[in-house]
Design a binder for this molecule. Sequence first.
Ligand SMILES: O=P(O)(O)O[C@@H]1C[C@H](O)[C@@H](CO)O1
Ligand code: GUN
Length: 276
Amino acid sequence: MSQTKHRPQVAIICGSGLGMLADTLKCQDSFAYSDIPGFPQSTVQGHAGRLVFGELKGKTCVCMQGRFHMYEGHSLLKTTFPVRVFKLLGVETLFVTNAAGSLADGLQPGDIMIIKDHVNFPGLVGLNPLCGPNDDKFGPRFPAMSGCYDKNLRCLAMEIAKQLGVAGLMQEGVYAMVGGPNFETIAEARLLHRLGVDAVGMSTAPEVVVATHCGLRVFGLSLITNKVVKSYEDSDSVNHEGVLEVGRLRSHTVQQLVTELIGRMEINNNNTNNAA
Ligand SMILES: O=P(O)(O)O[C@@H]1C[C@H](O)[C@@H](CO)O1
Ligand SMILES: Nc1nc2[nH]cnc2c(=O)[nH]1
């Protein structure tokens, strides 16, 4: 921390193809993950591997240009390590973004889903970053996860979307994390759809679990990059290049939304920063 004067209140994790969110920060200090002791390395195309500090609409932010995924071979503890670093830096609110495939018929590629809730499939079978001895300095052994996506921020985001004229692209929904790295089979897609999942991806849930455990307020967005194939008659198939392309196409809208939301949300400034 001796290398930046920024003391962030907000942290942003950029999903696949959404690294440009960091470009909006003013007065940037940027650090390659490879130069930060103990930080994992990004191995996925579209995840640059840089931690960027800066100002956005009067708030101090830190932005992860590139996240860590379980399928890269990182332990869940490593994939979520930055979230605890943010807590220790004094961050109060975490923004998570991701690229996801839609299962809900009303969600089209290019739409933006405000995450209302998640299904953490790896977590349901014990692949949870909170497994192992609990560190009471961060949070309780058995943290509640109901309401982990802040309702006020979700409402404010929708209000902002209306003012920006992009409300037609936006709706709330349930995100499910699967392990990846393969995309879904048709049978898996049908199962997820029946379970009430609106969009599926390969990240986010562990970060949100760790953030909620240590008392961070969370806001999440999924950029819908593709429709998940649910029919044996459908010859479409998804690929990572296509996912990144939709990220590029929608980058401006996502940037506008996040910037306005950060600008208008209230910060309590009562983060006691006493997790450790
Ligand atoms: O980091 P996110 O969740 O945005 O990345 C998604 C899931 C896979 O990593 C990748 C597939 O294209 O995009
Ligand atoms: N699991 C999964 N992750 C994605 N990330 C972007 N699109 C998809 C998808 O269709 N499925």
